[in-house]
Design a protein around this ligand. Sequence first.
Ligand SMILES: [Zn+2]
Length: 220
Amino acid sequence: MKILIATDMEGITGVTTWDQVTPGHPEYARFRKQMTEDVNAAIRGAYQASADEVIVADGHWNGSNILIEQLDARGRLNTGSPSPFSMMQGIDESVDAVMFIGYHARNGSPNAILDHTWSSRTVANVWLNDILTGEYGLNAAVAGHFGVPVIMVSGDQTACAQVTELLGEVETAVVKQASGRFAAECLSPEGTRDTICVSAERAVARLAEGDVPDPFVLIL
Ligand SMILES: [Zn+2]
């Protein structure tokens, strides 16, 4: 079973401000480390079920956030930018399922940490056919093009709810309860380590049983 872990940073454990996800800011270094830890928890969970290959796509900013020297040794990392599939680099027909780690809600969502869609400066909203969506929808559609389902998401409660609303009952790891765009009640890293690991394990176990939502395929 081959799993692609597609990552972003705004929905990582403890993140509530742009400074924390902006390369060059002193706060950023702390949350790169945390992003790597959230990813490692997902890798661990996937292998505790029946995954035997895990690739990771570093999807935030320039794709150079995850600390490879701290990455679980069983993972391979797609890093750097630009790449052909951007936040979904590594996707193809050989992948069995995708997990979203550190995802955020679409632009304009209430109670959603750092809500935006691709670029908060240049994109107000995105629709796929008539569906108002965010990066999660665009990236799920890329996976769907290859016949691959999304089976798990981590992020704040609003991001998780939006992914579930679009795709169906994927496993969710809520790492923080947002009360605004820049404020949330956050679980500790120790707490989210377990939550993410358990969700990932459950998602892959469900995949093995054929009990996951269908791939998100756009009908044009
Ligand atoms: Zn991002």
